[in-house]
Design a protein around this ligand. Structure first.
Ligand SMILES: Nc1ncnc2c1ncn2[C@@H]1O[C@H](COP(=O)(O)OP(=O)(O)OP(=O)(O)O)[C@@H](O)[C@H]1O
Length: 299
């Protein structure tokens, strides 16, 4: 069991509405020290709203947030938290070094400027103006500002959304340079493969709720399974959960949806045992991921 002192983030019963939209809907989440956690979900799932509340930038309607056992604003002021939010588009006409120094002045125990530049992979770009950086460099500059206070927790909202493959790799290399033992990272993404590659825990959000929470392998197994669907056409629906490969059974009216790890075995057993009509097998990570997240939208 995780020691209480090892809990870096604790979100309890968090909700946030915008008019009729439940952006975050009763979210409970604890994150242990040292985790690299992906908040994975499609557009509008509530990732940014969750991160804003986590950082104390927006108040929840109900529920509580604690970072390092204290209110988020206090943890941020103490330099325990570094954040990269989605690009505001505002770029001051100053050099990378100028802005890193400005950011350092905000914290009680900042990292040395040269160390920040080295960690972000920007030593040879220190004198360059921010508006003259490539997209990947600009993102690493934003990472450098997030490092200024020597944070124990990094919170990154879709940090690689605008980056090409090479820039994304360079970005994650910079993150890994900083995240040695004991430091914690929370990042949001709508890309399953990014969560799979960089996180050790993946929390899948849909319509403001957690619909899955596990290791990348567990999430991949969930999302990577095939769905076999068919009409019962009056046949008996008993025992479908016992068919080979089947992990979950869902019945929608006369239509049955089986989530299976082995579609071939499931279909063969199905065909041997009972009647059905309109059989369909949906494959592919993206389709299954969509099914996983869209299930959470049925309030
Ligand atoms: N300030 C706001 N006013 C009204 N509705 C909002 C506001 N902020 C968010 N929402 C709504 O809340 C829901 C969750 O939005 P949020 O930005 O948290 O999702 P997200 O998962 O971060 O999406 P994306 O991947 O597109 O950034 C959406 O339906 C969004 O339209």
């Amino acid at each position: 069991m995780t020691d209480v002192d090892d809990i870096v983030v604790r979100l309890s019963g968090l909700t946030r509405r915008f008019g009729a939209v439940r952006a975050v809907d009763g979210l409970d989440l604890t994150i242990a020290r040292g985790a690299t956690l992906a908040l994975l979900g499609p557009n509008g799932a509530g990732k940014t709203t969750t991160i804003s509340m986590m950082l104390g930038l927006a108040p929840p309607d109900t529920g509580t947030v604690s970072l390092f056992g204290r209110p988020p604003a206090r943890a941020v002021r103490a330099g325990l938290v570094g954040a990269m939010l989605q690009d505001s588009g505002v770029v001051p006409p100053a050099t990378v070094r100028d802005v890193v120094e400005l950011a350092r002045a905000l914290y009680p125990r900042p990292l040395p400027t040269d160390r920040i530049l080295a960690l972000a992979g920007l030593t040879d770009r220190a004198g360059r103006r921010l508006d003259r950086l490539s997209g990947g460099e600009a993102q690493r500059a934003r990472f450098a500002f997030a490092l200024a206070g020597a944070p124990e927790l990094l919170v990154l909202d879709e940090p690689t959304a605008a980056l090409d493959v090479a820039a994304r790799q360079a970005f994650w290399t910079a993150i890994r340079r900083y995240v040695t033992e004991g430091r914690t990272v929370v990042f949001s993404t709508h890309q399953l493969h990014e969560a799979d590659e960089f996180a050790d825990r993946v929390v899948v959000l849909a319509a403001g709720r957690v619909v899955a929470d596990g290791t990348p392998a567990q999430i991949r197994a969930l999302a990577g399974g095939r769905t076999v669907s068919f009409d019962l056409a009056g046949a008996d629906g008993e025992g479908l959960d016992l068919l080979p490969g089947v992990r979950a059974v869902e019945v929608r009216g006369d239509r049955v949806l089986l989530t299976t790890d082995d579609a071939d075995a499931t279909v063969l057993a199905l065909a041997a045992g009972r009647g059905f009509r309109n059989l369909a097998i949906s494959a592919g990570l993206d389709t299954a991921f969509l099914a996983l997240t869209s299930a959470g939208t049925e309030h």
